[in-house]
Each structure stands twice: as structure tokens, then as C-alpha cells.
Design a protein around this ligand. Structure first.
Ligand code: ADE
Length: 421
């Protein structure tokens, strides 16, 4: 018999509900979708398996899915990002089946993934591909019943595209991350603000005047670099892609290899989606007191076993979620949140105003996938462009911003090729 929920403590629900309702104030587009879903019930009877950060924003997405008649079950996409009061309120106040406890060990994390899969989802919603991966690896009996998978992150899309290329993908996927109304805003402004927020909450460090190193200049890296600069930091960017490196340089940042940045940085944050970006040869040359953290999806960007091998002593909790490594070379390095997503482990993740757009893409693409069940190929499919336009139009209206419309003459001009100089 499948379990109904596994959360830390249901008595936390009251606090959770207040916080969920606070976030709702900043998620007007998703609230509008929820009200329409309530009337039209486009998700009636559909079982939804979701593996996402258990936050106030995700709770509002779950409410929208439920309002549409869906039956969501949710587990965490990172063991440190769960907000226990939110998990409790989702179970108690909103009837969502939640399997997530902050700080859960690896075994519990995967048991919770299986708890969600035990409900035999028709649609899966992933933030990092753990559900889709587990289905393809260990729960292949579920594949015929899964109509489509939604993927929220760059890292997840990279994994899914690799599966598609190898012929290993067995389910149609929608690349929610790649929708413009998602990654232009969430990855850039969401990660930019929440990463600074996480570093500051964990350490209380002043950015102004410090050398902050951003590893990676994709959408997340640029958001972080931009916001760190805004706080007065001297920002150094490291890259492996020449085009992105030029962009960083022309955006006014200092660009250099990590081997050089390691010698002069005060605060380091990785946002690359790759592994072992900061390694022992870098730790060896860092300044005493350097702070290092990661804001990429998985905790593999910092080579922490490598750091440990250089340390004569590792001690916990200098401050919560700060670990101190005393190296044999006499210097100390501080690691935040064991190299897990610093913005979600040390702060609350992206603010609701930006998740409003990301989760509206999730809700509308889910509705679209259900309406068009069976008609999409087993591939990583783009989110339909009209969903992007619809969400951006609604978001603009909610922000009280009006824009121009093309005149008929301009429409004609754009579709013709006979007018020139
Ligand atoms: N990813 C980044 N920030 C998030 C948030 N606040 N909620 C859910 N997923 C997130």
C-alpha cells in the first residue's frame, strides 16, 4: 500500500500556510491559471509525480495542479532545500502527498523518489531529472503509463539530451527550462538574487570591495556576476567557452582561468553544471579565509573529497551550514552547505515573483501535454512558443506595464522582402 506522506512534523503546518499565502501575493500569473483550472479541470484524474524543491513557490504550483483536478505527489529535488513547514502545510491544508524532510540522507531521498513513483504518475515534473532517471533505470514498468516529463533545469536538460542521443530516452520530454519566459528570468534574476542572499545569510560577509569569483557565465553565472557587482564586489569570471568569456569581458568583468582567480578571490561560487570546477590545485593557492560555495544543480562542482585530502582538520558549524577546513598549509577555507545549492540551502531559493513565470510554464505545459497526449515524439521537445507569449503577456499586465503593438503597415513590412533602401 503506497504511503500518503512523509514529512518532518505536521504541527508546522500553520507557519507553512502563512508563508505559502505570502508567496501567493507575488505569483499573480500562477494564481490566474489556478482560478481557470478550478473552473475547467483540465488535469482531472491525472496523476502527477513531482520532484522539486519543497518551497512556498512549489506549494503554489501544487495548489494550481490540484485545482485543475490533478493528483500531485511531491518529493524533494535536493535533500537540503526542503522547507519543513511548507511540506507540512501542503499535506495538511492542501491535500498534497509530500515525501520530503530537510536534511534527509541519501537513502531517504531515494526512498521518497520511489514513494512518488509508487503512485504511478502519468506526468512527471523534475528539477534535475532524478524522477525520469529513476524511471528509466529502476522502474521501467512505469514507462508505458507516463505520457510526458517536464524538466525544470539546465542540468536536467543536459542529462535528457544525452539520453535522447544514446537512444535511451523512452518518454516524451518538455524542456521547460528552455522556455524564454523561464530561463531569461529564473536562471538570471532568480539565481542572481538568491545566490547572493544565500551567501550573505550564511556568512554575513560584505560583498563591497571583495573579490568575488563566478565560475561559469551561462544564464545563472551572469545573474550572479551582475548582482554581486551591484553589491560592490570586484567580480572575476572564469569560463571554458570563448563566446561566453568575451560576453563577460564586454559586460565589464575580469576574466581569467581559475588557477589565477584562486590566488586572489575572497568568495567563490560555481554555476557551471559541470564537476570538479574548483579542485585541490586551486584550494592549495587560495587565500586564508576564502569562502567557497556552489549554485549549480548538483553538489559536484566543488571537489570536496579533494579539499578534505588537503585538510588536517574539518569542523562543523562555525555558523549553521558553514564548514571549516583547516589545511596543512596553514590556511582555512570555509565551505557553505556542503557544496549543495547555496541559494536554496542557505536562503529560500528564487523569490516568488520570478517562480511565478517558471511555474506558470510548468502548469500550462502540463495542460498542453495532457491535451496532446500521444502526439509528441519521444524526444526533448520545446515548450510551444504561444505558452511563452501568453505567460509574458500576463506577467507584463500584472506588473502594470503596457507595450506597443505593430501597426498593420509594420506587420506587412515584416512579412515582405520587396522594400529596401
Ligand atoms: N528553484 C530555485 N528557486 C526555487 C524556489 N523558490 N522554489 C522552487 N524551485 C526553485
Amino acid at each position: 500500500m503506497a504511503r500518503e506522506y512523509d514529512v518532518k512534523d505536521l504541527s508546522l503546518a500553520k507557519e507553512g500556510k502563512v508563508r505559502i499565502e505570502w508567496a501567493e501575493r507575488f505569483m499573480p500569473v500562477l494564481a490566474q491559471i489556478r482560478r481557470r483550472f478550478e473552473k475547467e479541470k483540465p488535469l482531472a484524474g491525472v496523476r502527477l509525480g513531482c520532484c522539486m524543491h519543497v518551497t512556498t513557490e512549489t506549494a503554489n504550483l501544487m495548489r494550481a495542479l490540484k485545482a485543475g483536478g490533478g493528483e500531485p505527489a511531491l518529493c524533494a529535488s535536493n535533500p537540503l532545500s526542503t522547507q519543513d513547514p511548507i511540506a507540512a502545510s501542503m499535506v495538511q491544508d492542501y491535500g498534497v502527498k509530500v515525501f520530503a524532510i530537510r536534511g534527509e540522507d541519501n537513502e531517504t531521498y531515494y526512498r521518497h523518489i520511489h514513494d512518488v513513483l509508487d503512485r504511478k504518475p502519468n506526468i512527471t515534473m523534475d528539477d534535475g531529472c532524478d524522477l525520469a532517471n529513476t524511471i528509466h533505470r529502476d522502474r521501467t514498468e512505469l514507462i508505458p503509463g507516463v505520457w510526458a516529463s517536464m524538466e525544470e533545469t539546465t542540468t536536467g536538460i543536459i542529462r535528457l539530451r544525452a539520453m535522447e542521443k544514446d537512444g535511451a530516452l523512452k518518454i516524451p520530454v518538455f524542456a521547460v527550462n528552455d522556455a524564454e519566459s523561464k530561463h531569461f528570468f529564473d536562471n538570471r534574476y532568480g539565481t542572481g538574487q538568491s545566490t547572493c542572499d544565500g551567501i550573505i545569510r550564511a556568512t554575513n560577509v560584505l560583498f563591497a570591495g571583495r573579490r568575488v569569483v563566478a565560475a561559469g557565465y551561462g544564464w545563472c553565472g551572469r545573474g550572479f556576476a551582475m548582482r554581486a557587482k551591484g553589491l560592490g564586489a570586484n567580480v572575476i569570471v572564469t569560463e571554458i567557452n570563448p563566446v561566453k568569456a568575451i560576453e563577460a569581458a564586454m559586460d565589464g568583468f575580469t576574466v581569467m582561468p581559475m588557477a589565477e582567480a584562486a590566488k586572489i578571490g575572497d568568495v567563490f561560487c560555481t554555476l557551471t553544471g559541470n564537476k570538479n570546477v574548483i579542485r585541490p590545485e586551486h584550494f592549495e593557492v587560495m587565500k586564508d579565509g576564502a569562502i567557497i560555495c556552489n549554485s549549480g544543480h548538483f553538489n559536484v562542482e566543488l571537489d570536496l573529497p579533494g579539499l578534505e585530502s588537503l585538510a588536517e582538520k574539518v569542523s562543523e558549524d562555525e555558523r549553521p551550514l558553514v564548514k571549516r577546513y583547516d589545511l596543512r598549509n596553514g590556511k582555512t577555507i570555509f565551505v557553505l552547505a556542503d557544496g549543495r545549492l547555496v541559494n536554496l540551502a542557505c536562503a529560500e531559493g528564487h523569490p516568488p515573483s520570478v517562480m511565478d513565470m517558471s511555474f506558470s510554464v510548468q502548469a500550462l505545459t502540463t495542460e498542453h501535454a495532457i491535451k496532446n497526449k500521444g502526439s509528441y515524439p519521444v524526444a526533448v521537445n520545446p515548450v510551444p512558443a504561444d505558452i511563452d507569449m501568453n505567460i509574458s503577456t500576463l506577467k507584463l499586465a500584472s506588473m502594470g506595464i503596457e507595450i506597443d503593438e505593430l501597426t498593420p503597415e509594420q506587420v506587412k513590412y515584416l512579412s515582405s522582402y520587396d522594400e529596401g533602401t
